[in-house]
Design a protein around this ligand. Structure first.
Ligand SMILES: Nc1ncnc2c1ncn2[C@@H]1O[C@H](COP(=O)(O)OP(=O)(O)O)[C@@H](O)[C@H]1O
Ligand SMILES: [Mg+2]
Length: 237
């Protein structure tokens, strides 16, 4: 399979049509961004690591009955995925308070959230991805009530599966973001699951092993992603 017409380029991935109308090639670039694209850098190996990381996680989720867009790895930094009609909201689950939640509510960084917190954000960089709720989603027709319920239930199921996976390898899944899209009358998990879109801490030291290393200039960004990949068994070479 080969790249066809370039469909769109986001901040970290580029998407291409293929000879099959239902499939896309997703290219994971080394581009790394934070603060809605304000801070950008090229990080060597990141595209490859994230491509393989996301493929591994998507397959773990499929094995637990969660339907995803993932078809197959194509090259080191490209995957074949089903072409989805993306829902323009991000689904976030938080197991531990940190980042924007602490800023917004003034709560202590690092406290456990029991039960976990679910949040929706509108995908709109220009408006800094504002938080929205079910009423906004319904009023503006971004998704149906049934789709909203499906996204919430599925995101919590993903949390159960992945909390356990990272815990088994001495890591805490602090929070993560998912995107869904429509395919043939149903919703599938799309986009990616990588350390770019989640927070992972070492359970003993609480060392950050995710994109917060980039946001906070801690260094060793891709090295940390590779460490997480190594611990959970993602084959990188
Ligand atoms: N299976 C899919 N079908 C169509 N579009 C997708 C699929 N998975 C992800 N996308 C979209 O691809 C775009 C590129 O990804 P990314 O670089 O992460 O963009 P962004 O800058 O919006 O975060 C995003 O708009 C994302 O929603
Ligand atoms: Mg993205």
């Amino acid at each position: 399979m080969q790249r066809g017409e370039h469909l769109y380029a986001g901040k970290a991935k580029s998407v291409y049509l293929t000879d099959s109308p239902n499939l896309l090639i997703m290219h994971f670039r080394n581009d790394t961004s934070a603060f809605d694209g304000e801070k950008v850098a090229q990080l060597d190996r990141k595209g490859m690591v994230n491509n393989k990381f996301s493929a591994f996680i998507m397959q773990k989720l499929e094995a637990q009955g969660i339907k995803t867009h993932f078809e197959k790895l194509l090259t080191d930094d490209e995957s074949v995925v089903k072409k989805l009609d993306m829902i323009p909201v991000e689904c976030v689950v938080r197991n531990i308070a940190t980042g924007s939640l602490c800023k917004r509510l003034g709560v202590e960084d690092g406290i456990d959230l029991e039960p976990p917190v679910f949040e929706f954000f509108l995908k709109d960089d220009a408006r800094h991805d504002p938080m929205v709720n079910e009423y906004h989603i319904r009023a503006f027709g971004w998704a149906t009530d049934q789709e909203v319920e499906f996204m919430k239930a599925t995101t919590f199921k993903v949390n159960d599966v992945l909390w356990q996976l990272f815990k088994e390898h001495d890591m805490l899944l602090v929070d993560f973001k998912l995107e869904y899209g429509r395919y043939d009358g149903e919703l599938l998990l799309g986009d990616e699951f990588t350390p770019d879109g989640c927070r992972i801490w070492d359970v003993a030291t609480r060392e950050k092993l995710d994109k917060d290393r980039f946001r906070r200039n801690l260094g060793g960004v891709v090295e940390a992603y590779e460490e997480v990949a190594h611990r959970i068994g993602v084959p990188l070479d």
